[in-house]
Structure formats: structure tokens, C-alpha cells
Design a protein around this ligand. Structure first.
Ligand code: GRF
Length: 208
């Protein structure tokens, strides 16, 4: 019996290297998710070219065309539903959704963040890590809740912070980890090995 693949929309604002990692993972016949749409709020985002190269449908929803966050979110929501998306992966998407949007998609939106959350939320993450003098950093895939970079954690991978690291060298090392961790987390979700339940990430092997 063929099991239907999870229909995923990937939302981007820029480079799209995590999008590329997801595209590459989804190219495998046995991968349990497929990308049905790539949405960008930035018309010339580099990631859109990656989507087009992979023959994926794209949509641009430019936040500057909307008078409020809620109106922008409604436009994104409509675009996603029209494409039949069941699940959202945020991949360098630089907009914050309204609580209403997050509630509507509760348990069906994940994000990747370039630190070991709850450390170093927000922006300038690698600068924060170096300034704090941590010896280990990494990346986190988490469910999205209304509070920024605070949702239940699905997967993390650590990388060393070296004495001579700059934000750029650390970012490059973390990014390599991101490209492995994001497809892995999406696979777990699509296979129902992890689910969002009452504000927590519940893993199948936690049930025993
Ligand atoms: C990544 O570091 C991701 O963790 C953060 O934004 C960056 C996006 O990079 N949320 P890319 O567009 O996927 O290359």
C-alpha cells in the first residue's frame, strides 16, 4: 500500500540553503514528505531560483502590500490552502506570524533556528554565542508557537565553537548541521514519530 506523502509548504525570505536541503531530501522516492509550494515574502529571494530549478510551484506574498500583519497572514494562509499544503516549514522566513495564524496552524508549523535553544533567540545568534563564550552551539528544529523561538523542541544538533571563530565561520559550521537536522526532523513528523500535543513535542518512543 502506498502511504500518502505529507504535503509541505516551505516559507523563505532569502538564500534558501535549508530549502535546498529539504528539496534534496524530498527527491528520494521513499521520503515521506513532498514540497507542494515554496512561498517567499521577498520577490528576489535566492531560494526562489532553487525552487524553480527543482520545478516546484512558487508564490510571492510581499508583506509590503498589506496594511497589517493580520492581512498578510490571511494572504499567506489562503495561498497555502489553495496549494493543498498540510504542513509548513519555515526556512529563513523573516516575518513573525500573528497569534491567530499560529493558532490556526498549531502543531503544523516548524522552524529551524541556528542555536541550541533556549539559548540565543532572535537575530545575531552567532554574535550572541561568541560573546557569551560558549564552547558548544548548534541548531534547533522546533514547533512554532506565538512566543518567538520558544516552541517545543523536535531535534537539535551541536557543533563546537572554536577559539578563533567569527560569526561567519560559526554560522557556516552550524549551517552544515542545519542541513542534516531539518530533513531528519521533517521525516520524523511525516512518519508520525513525533507530534504536537498540548504544547509539547511527543515522540512515539515516549509512549511506553
Ligand atoms: C538559517 O541559519 C536558519 O537557521 C535561520 O535562517 C537561516 C536561513 O538560511 N532561521 P537559508 O536561507 O536556509 O540558507
Amino acid at each position: 500500500m502506498t502511504v500518502a506523502k505529507l504535503k509541505v509548504a516551505v516559507l523563505i525570505s532569502g538564500r534558501g540553503s535549508n530549502l535546498q536541503a529539504l528539496i534534496d531530501a524530498c527527491a528520494a522516492a521513499e521520503f515521506p514528505a513532498e514540497i507542494v509550494l515554496v512561498v517567499s515574502n521577498v520577490a528576489d529571494a535566492q531560494g526562489l531560483a532553487r525552487a524553480q530549478a527543482a520545478s516546484l510551484p512558487t508564490a510571492i506574498v510581499d508583506h509590503r502590500n498589506y496594511t497589517s500583519r493580520e492581512h498578510f497572514d490571511e494572504a499567506v494562509d489562503k495561498t497555502l490552502r489553495q496549494a493543498g499544503a498540510e504542513f509548513i516549514c519555515l526556512a529563513g522566513f523573516m516575518r513573525i506570524f500573528s497569534d491567530a495564524f499560529v493558532r490556526k496552524w498549531e502543531g503544523r508549523v516548524i522552524n529551524i533556528h541556528p542555536s541550541l535553544l533556549p539559548a540565543f533567540k532572535g537575530t545575531h545568534v552567532h554574535e550572541q554565542a561568541i560573546a557569551a563564550g560558549v564552547k558548544v552551539s548548534g541548531c534547533t528544529v522546533h514547533y512554532v508557537i506565538p512566543a518567538l523561538d520558544s516552541g517545543p523542541i523536535i531535534a537539535q544538533e551541536k557543533v563546537p565553537v572554536l577559539a578563533d571563530d567569527t560569526p561567519e565561520t560559526l554560522a557556516a559550521r552550524v549551517l552544515e548541521a542545519e542541513h542534516k537536522t531539518y530533513p531528519m526532523a521533517l521525516k520524523w513528523i511525516a512518519e508520525r514519530n513525533v507530534r504536537f500535543e498540548q504544547g509539547r513535542a511527543v515522540f512515539s518512543n515516549d509512549d511506553s
